[in-house]
Design a protein around this ligand. Sequence first.
Ligand code: NAD
Length: 353
Amino acid sequence: MAGVLLLPGDGIGPEVTEEARALLVRVAPDVELEEGLVGGCAIDAEGTPLSDATLDRARACGLVLLGAVGGPRWDALPVEKRPEKGLLRIRKELGLFACLRPAKVIDALADASPLRREAVVGVDLIVVRELTGGIYYGEPRGRSDRDGTRRALNTMVYDEHDIARIARVAFETAAGRRRRVTNIHKANVLEVCKLWNEVVEEVARDYPDVELEHQLVDSAAMVLLRDAPRFDVLLCPNLFGDILSDEAAMITGSLGMLASASIGEPGRGLFEPVHGSAPDIAGQDKANPLAAILSVALLLEHGLGRPEEAARVRRAVERVLDEGYRTLDLARGPHTRVLGTREMGKRVREALS
Ligand code: NAD
């Protein structure tokens, strides 16, 4: 029996996770759920943002659904003891090497985008970012002042195994979508990207039904603003994925709608909203639970291998939005009906049937 560890965390984390939990119970009643502490609440109760005992439970379950961590109460702590260290520890210990960030513009919310409606209607893409290698981790690194001149360096390094592993995630993801991978690179100046492209092409041979195109990262940043609907899956090294996934997210204009998945070997993954703990609205029944609910869709699809149930969740969310219901963060215009966190969660559950 599959198990999922719920880590609601801090601020609005518990409020949105509660709606995600209730939905998951409805869609997949056979999945066993456990609950634990992460972030600031874990610091208060256990003296550390992620205890060894909670980590052991995360390892045993393999799949984690997280709310959000952090808040002003823990801001003064030294870096090593801060709430987000709990998150980083889970990612590392579960070996989560791929980050999936979907950016979909739901028709009913197209006006929330900072771009013109015509440029964003139909956007439905997913950034597949390599998460544990590249320039963020490469050696040598550091500061090496010399002869009175300040100097620093970082190293972008990938081996063929790292590249093949993330490329497979991108092709598998595309195979279940519109079957197109856009490989993001800078091979005109970086040797590491030449190897990256070479290996991606080798992996592509195992997916003859998926179209592969290569695109320079700088031009991809422009096309995202001009013609984002053309993208399906963007495969990115760590640095490029970090930047482009935020740009893609901004196109949707709705922080409260964005979900993410960090995945590793089959059956291992961390699923969470992109937003933080929003201390300014915590405990007021104002938080948008849809990013947490859409994180459940990612969990169903990429963690539990249940794409049909995932699609059911997404359809329910779209139905509720089509009917004009909004949380406060999405409310625009006279025809919207504003709901609190709990009521929005309830409407989505009702829309499942
Ligand atoms: P934030 O995402 O928490 O909030 C930014 C703004 O968006 C706020 O005005 C907030 O009210 C609003 N918002 C966020 N999520 C919302 C939702 N679901 N519904 C409605 N409105 C929402 O970012 P921040 O204010 O920069 O950070 C607050 C805390 O969260 C900090 O301690 C930060 O370190 C932490 N944080 C945690 C994560 C995480 O757990 N993954 C991510 C980002 C920030």
